[in-house]
Design a protein around this ligand. Structure first.
Ligand code: C2E
Ligand code: CA
Ligand code: CA
Ligand code: CA
Length: 278
């Protein structure tokens, strides 16, 4: 905490100034990166706990920075969210994923549905029309993609978001609620949303099967999802013990390093061709 009379305030404002400059510099680098094709998508497969086969994948954003190498999204998405640049980036991600899916289909590859992450800021009443336009542009059916949304969206209130969700669902685009359990969603809301998939956040998977509390939470989420007829995906599964526990609960799908980390598009296509199994 800053103290009067010892130059603390000066230091504090100099520090803020430095951070503000750093933010500005990074924002303009990111904007340039987007324009110059430095962004790319990796794909992480999701495997069915019943068949062991690949039944989906999540597209995850990467920034290949000319100096810093591969930058993970945690290091630039928060800034992009703050500045609004996430709108342009999000539009790029949607289009790039659809372009890639269409490319795979042209080569005769049977790719599973690809999930695309959406920022809450992208979730406005233009979104359904935008998604439809990109699907049309690449000749894709709505079942080729899924959209992953997070609970932060729900703080805006159901009357704001439900009509948009309903529109997407009516188009045939499945919605997944990401990072489930970490945010604000009230269970009462949950049944009002046209959500087809719940993703159990990694923070609850980490402690399975040793931590009593994590086991209780995972069990409660799976039970509830089953009652709401939602598909359930566990994130961040790293061990065979975690997998066994989740399978025992009746969880549908698993995503995590145990099966595969996120990989480049070609490597993902190779896994699909080889029909890699759990
Ligand atoms: P998320 O949507 O929860 O994505 C899952 C994250 O968990 C990914 O991190 C993935 O690499 C990581 N992960 C997967 N399996 C494991 C595992 O077994 N162990 C561990 N420790 N981690 C695992 P990543 O790729 O760094 O992405 C971080 C976050 O950035 C994502 O979290 C998502 O919120 C955001 N993000 C990524 N791509 C996009 C995008 O295109 N648009 C938006 N708006 N956000 C994105
Ligand atoms: Ca996600
Ligand atoms: Ca997630
Ligand atoms: Ca997560």
């Amino acid at each position: 905490a800053r103290q009067e009379g010892d130059g603390g305030y000066l230091f504090f404002s100099a520090e803020m100034n430095r951070r503000a400059k750093e933010h500005l510099r990074m924002e303009s680098e990111l904007r340039r990166g987007l324009a110059q094709g430095q962004l790319l998508l990796h794909y992480q497969p999701k495997a069915s706990l019943r068949s062991g086969r690949i039944v989906g994948a999540e597209a995850l954003l990467r920034w290949r920075h000319p100096l810093h190498g591969m930058v993970p999204p945690g290091q630039f998405i928060p800034l992009a969210e703050e500045t609004g640049l996430i709108l342009d980036i999000g539009a790029w991600v949607l289009e790039e994923a659809c372009r890639q899916i269409a490319h795979w289909q042209e080569r005769g590859l049977k790719v599973p549905p690809i999930a695309i992450n959406l920022s809450s800021r992208q979730f406005d009443h233009h979104l359904p029309m935008r998604v439809q336009a990109v699907l049309d542009q690449y000749g894709l059916g709505p079942e080729r993609i899924r959209l992953e949304i997070t609970e932060t969206l729900l703080v805006r209130g159901p009357e704001q978001v439900i009509p948009i969700m309903n529109e997407l669902a009516a188009m045939g685009v499945g919605l997944a609620l990401d990072d489930f359990g970490t945010g604000y969603s009230s269970l009462a809301y949950l049944k009002k949303f046209p959500i087809s998939t719940l993703k159990i956040d990694r923070t609850f998977v980490v402690g399975l099967p040793g931590e009593q509390n994590d086991c209780a939470i995972a069990r409660a989420i799976v039970t509830m999802a089953q009652q709401l007829r939602q598909e359930i995906v566990a994130e961040g599964v790293e061990t065979a013990e975690q997998m066994a526990f989740l399978r025992g609960l009746g969880c549908d799908q698993l995503q995590g390093y145990l099966f595969s980390p996120p990989v480049a598009a070609d490597a993902f296509a190779q896994m699909v061709i080889e029909d890699k199994r759990l």
